[in-house]
Design a protein around this ligand. Structure first.
Ligand code: 5GP
Ligand code: MG
Length: 183
């Protein structure tokens, strides 16, 4: 697996330090809310980030899961993805924190934010581990960002290529010859 890596973009140690900083910031905000926080996380890329993050949050919380799928035949940016499946506690009047691995075009988080908003929570914030430089659109607000990364395809720490590499403990680029010709 490690032989497939071209370059480490964010080290295990840097991730650990930054996730702890984000957790401190988030705990400070939601620690003040009696009702705690309901985290809504986007499967499957954010699983590793989520599990490290929530174990550093000494506050009352629930976790809900959503999945977003792409579908063909639509060309506009806000379409083309939909909230496919959800296992959610009641969000009405809750303080919701959406957690995702990476924001690139923002299409995924736009759909998740709209879906959550339609369930009339008290508040919505969004946390992402990675943001692709210069790509995140203004209508998709993100409150906590782990790292801004250059616009290259990365894997590891939950992020996959063709389902693989989620278990890498760092974030990295793959050797170019590994990408399928058809991908
Ligand atoms: P967006 O909808 O913001 O364009 O893209 C978000 C989704 O695309 C992410 O949740 C992730 O699943 C996928 N994605 C975007 N950039 C990357 C990347 O560099 N590496 C991987 N593995 N997935 C990415
Ligand atoms: Mg994702």
């Amino acid at each position: 697996m490690h032989d497939d890596i071209q370059r480490v973009v964010i080290s295990e140690r840097a991730i650990k330090e930054r996730v702890a900083e984000m957790a401190a910031e988030i705990a400070e905000v939601y620690g003040r809310c009696d009702a705690g926080v309901t985290i809504v996380t986007v499967l499957a890329g954010s699983l590793i980030f989520l599990s490290d993050l929530i174990r550093l949050l000494p506050i009352k919380m629930r976790v809900g899961l959503v999945e977003v799928s792409s579908y063909a035949g639509r060309t506009t940016e806000s379409q083309g993805v939909r909230l496919e499946h959800a296992s959610l506690p009641n969000l009405r009047n809750r303080n919701v924190l959406i957690v995702d691995d990476i924001i690139d075009s923002g299409r995924t988080l736009r759909v998740v934010q709209q879906g959550v908003r339609s369930l009339t929570p008290r508040s919505i914030q969004t946390a992402v581990l990675l943001r692709k430089a210069g790509r995140a659109p203004l209508d998709v607000p993100v409150d906590y960002v782990g790292f801004d990364v250059e616009d290259v395809f990365v894997v590891g720490y939950g992020l996959d290529y063709d389902g693989f590499y989620r278990n890498l403990r760092y974030i990295a680029t793959l050797k170019p010859e590994l990408y399928h010709a058809e991908a």
